[in-house]
Design a protein around this ligand. Structure first.
Ligand code: ZN
Length: 444
């Protein structure tokens, strides 16, 4: 027996084949077997019995803006990964923008990795950025281990990360297809945004009208067209407009390599309930109406949308002025994704198997992280232990990300993350965290 071998036992282990009583054998940080609940451990092998608490795969959040270095006062690797660990997220993938420098060259990637390395409580991978002037950097970034490339079609919100115009998108799609990389895109069409009325001060209805569904729908149609013509693997980020689901489903049925994600806030919040001036709810694309939310759930259930990831995009509290035109756009929710989604999912008849698929297995597959995202032999022993029936009320000051701002303040959610395990080590237990032991991940 290895001295690094132990067994985690629970009456509810969420595996790719369903939830069942099981014993999970861990050795040197990997899952080596999933056996019967009562299976005796080898001689001298310790057993940790979780009772009725649910053993889930550690979540894989492929959409996190860490902003470090450069805007570390907004967030940082230490604080973001602390929040991740406390929320049952064992892998996050950092977005290439809002940090300075953005991750648009190999040298910038090195700066980001050096910043992250000593600080991370969970495993961290990196997306690269595709901007108008860095086409020659894409393949070197791919070779250096980024998991794919993010691009915008409309302004990103920061000057150092400009969008791609139509010609640049064509060129980038062709280049990414040449090395069979992954292109992930913020899908809002700039002309449709320009044609919409501007945001109207503190009124949420005014902000919603300024980011219309047809801007998303047109952008998704364009991305389907690009993916079809170039054969590029394309992923639609943070889908909010359910009107685009039909386009995506038809494209997938026709063999176009296109996937999509949505976010906890689109699945759990609704435009009708956002108070005027409450810019902690501002994000782009925006939170839409309750009927749109219902349709997004149907898209998830149908498999047209595969992933649910946070788009955690925090800022300092002073940037959330009560004016939807001027406030920074972004919702901070990294620590709350699992309970937020679970609370709504169970109400709609979904199970924790569904949640694990949306929030762990599918994002790991998207990012090519074969060791992550499921409780099965051969994968890393990354787990979230959840008390699914326990409730809590969100207190922003008690969250672990840097600035105590969140759209979920005051909400009562189901599902308390009791502990989090990373490669066989418990890194979080009832709010207490170990020293950082996360690693930096590269494309396999
Ligand atoms: Zn984002």
């Amino acid at each position: 027996m290895s001295d690094r071998q132990f067994v985690l036992r629970s009456r509810r282990v969420v595996t790719p084949d369903g939830t069942r009583p099981a014993s999970v054998v861990v050795e040197d940080g990997r899952i080596t077997a999933v056996t019967g609940h009562a299976a005796p451990p080898g001689p001298g092998v310790p057993v940790e019995d979780l009772g009725d608490d649910v053993l889930l795969p550690g979540l894989v959040d492929t959409h996190v803006h860490v902003n470090d270095p450069g805007r570390t006062e907004w967030e940082g690797f230490a604080t973001a990964t602390r929040a991740a660990a406390a929320g049952g997220v064992t892998t996050l993938v950092d977005m290439p923008l809002n940090s300075v420098p953005p991750t648009t060259t190999v040298e910038h990637l090195r700066v980001k990795r050096d910043t992250a390395r000593p600080a991370v409580h969970v495993d961290v991978g990196f997306w690269g950025g595709a901007v108008p002037d860095n086409r020659a950097d894409l393949r070197p970034l791919h070779d250096a281990g980024v998991l794919g490339f993010k691009a915008f079609l409309s302004p990103s919100g920061v000057d150092e990360f400009p969008p791609l115009d139509a010609a640049a998108l064509e060129a980038v799609a062709a280049e990414v297809a040449a090395f069979d990389g992954l292109l992930i895109v913020h899908a809002e069409d700039p002309e449709r945004l320009d044609g919409a009325p501007g945001p109207d001060g503190p009124r949420y209805a005014g902000f919603l009208a300024s980011r219309p569904r047809d801007a998303e729908n047109a952008a998704v149609e364009r991305l389907v067209d690009v993916a079809r013509r170039h054969g590029t693997r394309v992923h639609v980020l943070h889908l909010s407009s359910a009107d685009a689901l039909g386009t995506l489903a038809a494209a997938r049925a026709a063999g176009v390599r296109i996937t999509a994600e949505t976010c906890p806030h689109f699945l759990t919040l609704a435009a009708e309930e956002v108070p005027d001036g409450a810019t902690e709810f501002k994000c782009c694309p925006p939170i839409r109406e309750a009927a749109n939310r219902d349709a997004l759930w149907a898209g998830l259930a149908a498999g047209t949308v595969q992933c649910v990831v946070s788009d955690h995009s925090p800022c300092t509290a002073d940037l959330k002025v009560p004016d939807f035109g001027r406030a920074w756009g972004g919702i901070a929710s990294l620590q709350l994704g699992l309970p937020a989604v679970w609370t709504e999912a169970r109400r709609r008849g979904h199970t924790l198997d569904d949640v694990a698929r949306w929030m762990a297995t599918a994002p790991a597959a998207l990012a090519g992280l074969a060791a992550k995202g499921a409780v099965e032999p051969g994968r890393d022993a990354d787990f979230a232990v959840l008390a699914p029936d326990e409730t809590f009320t969100v207190d922003p000051a008690a969250l672990y990300h840097r600035n105590p701002v969140t759209a979920y303040a005051g909400r009562t959610l189901s599902g308390v993350v009791r502990s989090t395990w990373l490669r066989g080590r418990r890194i979080h237990h009832r709010g207490a965290l170990t020293e950082p032991t996360g690693r930096l991940l590269e494309r396999a």
